[in-house]
Ligand binder design. Sequence first.
Ligand SMILES: [Zn+2]
Length: 153
Amino acid sequence: MKNKNFRRSLIDISVHAGTSVIGAVLIYFFYKNPFYILSFFIGSIFIDLDHFIDYFLYYGFRFNLRKFVGVEYLASGKVYMFIHSWEILIILLSVSLIFRLDYLFFFSIGMSIHLLIDTFHEIRPLFYSIFFRMHKKFNAHVLCPNSVARLSK
Ligand SMILES: [Zn+2]
């Protein structure tokens, strides 16, 4: 396997799945509410649907799992990942607390754990700021040079 991102993505997916299960067990233990668990799950996993947008913007609707998991769409030179954003998370979390929306709250908790894991994985804290990515014109070479470099290693 040439593309080193493939293995990293698999590790990333496994870590997200593992922490989601742990979180689900904890929520079950404290609240015994399956809809809280579901909201948490959706927040922690489905945020990665983001990557489909970046993929389809580059490849169109020809889907290839290997290219997708290998993050090969970074060859476009752009990284958008609109939902992977601390700003969006802060808005969702605030709305959930102000209006006491339990499901949105657990969704936000799932999303924040996901973003924390991704931040440790990427080792570039500002990367998950949508304003920072906008400021850098979504340029993948500037924002995530290591991931771009791994495409050809
Ligand atoms: Zn992610």
